[in-house]
Design a protein around this ligand. Structure first.
Ligand SMILES: [Zn+2]
Length: 109
């Protein structure tokens, strides 16, 4: 669970990536799947990692990042890096992010 639907992309929420929900509209879903060449079935639980979206595809409002309407992923390579430095998901909406000034780093040994 939590993995990216992009073919051969191994980014996941467990690796610190924010995962973006597919748009509800069938038209946008099909644009995303064709852009990413996704052949598997897209469900409500399908996600693309943030790495496939450049910063220009987000609206930034007072440190809240929101994916613009009707945009398609534009970084079409498997397992890209994180596009932004630090941000955090607003629990109410997976596609809203807020930048955290203090990075909470948990050390894993
Ligand atoms: Zn991905």
């Amino acid at each position: 669970m939590g993995g990216c639907s992009f073919p051969d992309c191994h980014n996941s929420s467990e690796k610190g990536f924010k995962m973006l929900r597919f748009f509800y509209s069938v038209e946008m879903r099909s644009k995303w799947t064709s852009a990413c060449k996704i052949s598997k079935l897209i469900t409500e639980n399908s996600r693309l990692c943030e790495g496939h979206f450049s910063k220009g595809l987000f609206d930034c409002d007072n440190h809240l990042y929101k994916l613009k309407k009707n945009v398609t992923p534009d970084i079409l390579i498997p397992s890209p890096g994180k596009p932004f430095d630090v941000f955090e998901t607003d629990d109410d909406n997976d596609n809203h992010y807020s930048v955290k000034s203090n990075r909470h780093k948990s050390r894993v040994s």
